[in-house]
Design a protein around this ligand. Structure first.
Ligand code: NAP
Length: 332
């Protein structure tokens, strides 16, 4: 089968489209013929070796986290899926492989694709949808709470805004001048142009900050939260609590504690909870999300679709950091 593979970490030039053996499924797994896969910033970080030492991989490695496709084979212990079912999932970060014509996926990670979504639209959902779902669950979100979602135009933002609104949040977000009108249509109560204004000068008394901007000082978000509020960092820095729960060794736990000491201490001094969240796969949660999507809570925002042969252009486009919604790979 054709797959997008790396044999060592590095820039997009490391990407190869080549023949790889088709996966053999275990008893609890399903073989999915991949029709579409989504690119996520984490795919670029893994390719570049930035997730080491949290995630280490054997080479050659088939990249990719998000899939949508059709079940072609099921393991002996699989009970919920049959050949021909339209399914989608985000994969386990320790066992990637979405950017390939077929992938073996644990039954536990899969959910049926909502009937009205194409494969490209469905692939846009799992990783960002589960991240936002798990973030709100982590902080026991309640309707009526004020949620600040940074980067409204990105993959996370374009899911998080309508999803949080559908669950009864008051939502503020940021975007660049060019995207102001477009992001407003996603339903946020307040859209801030980060090219003109600093959000911390305009916002206060927030319950939750969802921070997903690489390289921006996470502590800025602490300024708008009320005591008892929660800052959920998605782009880092990871903290020791997360590293421990992830099963990382003591060295990595200490390294994470050192990386996040400033955020953790500043938050604690203000009576705010600092969390680093790393999304995990869950078919059960994806079913919940799919149900909300079927009720109209989210419309897919697909920015560009690339062919597998254009994988280098797809990664380069994603890594510029200006994608509006999701970047998709068409596999079949
Ligand atoms: N920890 C986890 O489990 C997890 C899960 C998902 C994502 N993430 C991380 O979250 C980050 C975002 O992911 P994503 O999928 O949303 O990325 P993305 O789709 O590539 O984000 C691109 C968007 O970011 C916006 N942006 C860039 N700089 C900004 C700034 N300073 N302020 C506001 N908006 C800005 C851009 O909008 P403009 O063009 O308008 O600037 C663009 O639309 C990545 O670091 C990713 O790795 C982590």
């Amino acid at each position: 089968m054709r797959a997008i593979v790396i044999s060592g970490y590095g820039n997009p030039d490391k990407l190869e489209l080549r023949e790889m053996p088709r996966p053999v499924i275990a008893d609890h797994e399903v073989l999915v013929e991949v029709h579409a896969a989504a690119l996520n910033p984490v795919d670029a970080k893994i390719r570049a070796g930035k997730m080491w030492p949290l995630l280490t991989y054997k080479m050659p490695l088939i990249l990719g986290n998000d899939i949508a496709g059709i079940v072609s084979e099921t393991g002996k212990r699989v009970t919920r899926f049959r050949p021909g079912d339209r399914v989608f999932a985000t994969l386990d970060k320790r066992r990637l492989g979405a950017f390939a014509e077929a992938v073996a996926v644990s039954e536990e990670y899969l959910a049926p694709v909502p009937a009205h979504l194409s494969f490209a639209e469905a692939a846009a959902l799992p990783l960002v949808g589960l991240t936002v779902y798990q973030a709100l669950q982590l902080v026991n979100f309640q309707p009526g709470q004020k949620v600040f979602i940074k980067a409204g135009a990105g993959g996370i933002g374009t899911f998080a805004i309508p999803y949080a609104k559908s669950r009864g949040a008051y939502v503020a977000t940021t975007t660049s001048t060019a995207n102001m009108g477009w992001v407003s249509k996603l339903g946020a109560d307040l859209v801030i142009d980060y090219k003109k204004d600093r959000f911390e000068d305009l916002l206060s008394g927030y319950d939750i900050v969802l921070d997903s901007v690489d390289g921006e000082d996470v502590c800025r978000g602490l300024q708008i939260l009320k005591p008892g509020g929660h800052l959920i960092a998605l782009a880092g820095p990871p903290d020791a609590k997360f590293a421990h729960a992830f099963g990382a060794n003591l060295f990595v736990q200490l390294a994470c504690a050192a990386l996040s000491w400033r955020e953790t201490i500043t938050a604690a001094m203000k009576g705010i909870h600092y969390h680093f969240l790393f999304v995990y796969p869950s078919g059960e949660q994806l079913r919940d999300i799919a149900q909300m999507v079927e009720q109209g809570a989210w419309k897919p925002v697909v920015d560009r679709v690339f062919a597998m042969d254009d994988m280098k252009a797809a990664f380069s486009y994603l890594e510029v950091g200006r994608a509006k919604g999701k970047v998709i790979l068409s596999v079949k």
